[in-house]
Write a protein that binds this ligand. Structure first.
Ligand SMILES: Cc1cc2nc3c(=O)[nH]c(=O)nc-3n(C[C@H](O)[C@H](O)[C@H](O)COP(=O)(O)OP(=O)(O)OC[C@H]3O[C@@H](n4cnc5c(N)ncnc54)[C@H](O)[C@@H]3O)c2cc1C
Length: 506
């Protein structure tokens, strides 16, 4: 017999979990379908030998603390979960740039300490750094207003009340920094963070970057004690506690439409499942490929095709048979680049670009057994950076060569010995992420937030985004863009919106 639900959510990534938790909590008969045997998508964990690795999360922004909760903290709290948050203390990151005008600096957490650490590295930059950070509350006020008007803000109100937002929102990070008189070295120091957003700062929207940077500066980075799997399991608990169902090993292979073009369900495991509303955590490209193409409005197809896929990554996970002290790593996050300029870092990514080294034991000392530690390397690359002529039989060598290259580089750049201590190693490339997440080109960030398709444009144009009756999207590919916090926020928003619609409140 066909099964009927109020809401079907496709994909148990961060966005899907947050959406399903909200609709279930609102009393709606909710079904969450996930193709894997565990929840989380990117937000999971995996074991090799005696090590449990975090596969994706370096830093979660917009968490805040119990005393000063920020939006992500509130989302988990409102859903009744109890997360063991841990915080990176002291420095938010160390950044090493080699070559001419290079540097090796540690930037501190907390506005005052951050500004001081910047001033120490670049005397005279203080005023411009403060001015840059001061834009953030203005951004928040403007975004709140745009949301309150459902994307139809009054032009005069924007000009009169949100003038600084209007002056800056359409510009890149570097354009705004330069306009504020920030010296180039200060820009390069701060802008190393582009690696976490996947778009170099001469192209990245200023407000998008500031949104993330500010939260890290104020609160430091937060992460759950038991890897991101803790977050995913907590949301599954909420769904099940409120009577929702979570079906694993249930890949959706088709989206079902009514004659009038509205969505009415999906097919999973060969079974037709119906719902009043479907929420997709799966990227629109894949949804459209699983749909009767005649049912997709032409404008939606054009929008999807006009968007570029976001960045992917290559990652190396190491379990070492020595403690973090013996290894000699004192920082949680180190950015290392062949050149101080983010554009050059991006353009030389195949060779001597940017790589990031994280050592979780520096935030959670007992995240591995005593006398051991883990390292997590991240190299921002695109799916189409993987050589087109790479043959399946050569893939292992490709991964091994990549790992060797970056481990040797880190030994040299950080002055530590890694190779003799490797007990476990796992290497992932965009191919791994394409395979695991099912995303085109292995994008981990959905569509690239850049140019006409920047964060501000997406938020302002949300109502005109993909618009198929009965279908909502949530996840890193949607209006808030990439990252854990964005995926949770949009999942939470969409879940609440759908619940309100079905309960007659919207
Ligand atoms: C290596 C790495 C490092 C990262 N570092 C950070 C970081 O430090 N900070 C940060 O904020 N963000 C980071 N991110 C990005 C962040 O993880 C993602 O932006 C975010 O988790 C995306 O969430 P999502 O909701 O879009 O779901 P996804 O994680 O993309 O999950 C989608 C889910 O849908 C499922 N699915 C797909 N197709 C189907 C189908 N047909 N049927 C059923 N299920 C399906 C998938 O199996 C998956 O579970 C990182 C990502 C990676 C990979």
């Amino acid at each position: 017999m066909d099964k009927m639900f109020d809401v079907i959510v496709v994909g148990a990534g961060n966005g899907g979990l947050a959406a399903a938790a909200n609709t279930a909590k609102e009393g709606l008969k909710t079904l969450l379908l996930e193709k894997h045997n565990i929840p989380g998508g990117c937000a999971t964990s995996f074991r090799r030998g005696r090590f449990e690795f975090e596969p994706s999360l370096h830093e979660l922004c917009s968490v805040g603390t119990a005393e000063k909760p920020n939006i992500v903290y509130k989302i988990f709290d409102d859903l009744g979960t109890k997360i063991n948050w841990e915080y990176e203390k002291g420095h938010i990151f160390r950044t090493i740039a080699k070559g001419e005008n290079g540097f090796d600096a540690r930037l501190s957490a907390g506005i005052e300490d951050f500004v001081k650490s910047m001033e120490k590295e670049v005397p005279g930059c203080e005023a411009s750094v403060r001015a840059f950070l001061a834009l953030k509350p203005k951004l928040d006020a403007a975004i709140d207003y745009i949301y309150a008007t459902k994307g139809n803000p009054n032009g005069l109100v924007m000009l009169l009340k949100h003038a600084d937002f209007m002056r800056t929102a359409g510009h890149s990070v570097e354009e705004v920094m330069t306009a504020l008189g920030m010296p180039k070295k200060a820009q390069d120091l701060i802008n190393t963070y582009w690696g976490y957003l996947g778009v170099p700062t001469d192209e990245l929207n200023c407000m998008h970057f500031l949104n993330m940077l500010y939260d890290y500066v104020v609160n430091g980075a937060a992460m759950p004690r038991h890897r991101s799997h803790e977050l995913s399991l907590a949301l599954v608990d909420v769904i099940q506690k409120h009577g929702g169902e979570v079906w694993y090993n249930s890949e959706v292979t088709e989206f079902l439409y009514k004659e009038d073009g509205s969505i009415c369900g999906v097919v999973a495991n060969g079974e037709k499942l119906y719902a009043k509303e479907v929420i997709s955590n799966v990227i629109p490209h894949n949804v459209f490929n699983m749909s009767d193409i005649k049912k997709i409005p032409e404008q939606n197809l054009k929008l999807a095709n006009a968007r570029e896929f976001g960045i992917s990554v290559a990652t190396i996970y190491l379990g070492l048979d020595c403690s973090i002290e013996e290894l000699g790593m004192t920082d949680y996050t180190v950015f290392i680049a062949g050149n101080p300029d983010p554009r050059v870092q991006n353009d030389t990514r195949h060779d001597d670009g940017l790589y990031i080294v994280n050592s979780l034991n520096n935030v959670i000392p007992d995240s591995s057994e005593p006398g051991t530690c883990t390292m997590f390397f991240t190299i921002p690359v695109y799916g189409n950076d993987v050589p087109k002529d790479l043959k399946p039989q050569d893939y292992k060598k490709y991964k091994n060569d990549l790992a060797k290259k970056y481990i040797e580089a880190a030994e040299k750049d950080l002055g530590i010995s890694i190779m003799p201590h490797i007990e476990e190693i796992s290497v992932a490339t965009p191919v791994t992420f394409a395979h695991y997440l099912g995303t085109p080109e292995g994008t981990i960030y959905g569509y690239k937030l850049s140019g006409w398709d920047n964060l501000m444009a997406r938020i302002a144009g949300e109502q005109k985004d993909f618009a198929i009756p009965g279908l909502s999207f949530c996840g890193g590919h949607h209006t808030r863009g990439d990252g854990y916090s964005s995926a949770y926020i949009i999942g939470d928003t969409v879940g609440k919106r759908v619940a309100a619609k079905l309960k007659g409140g919207a």
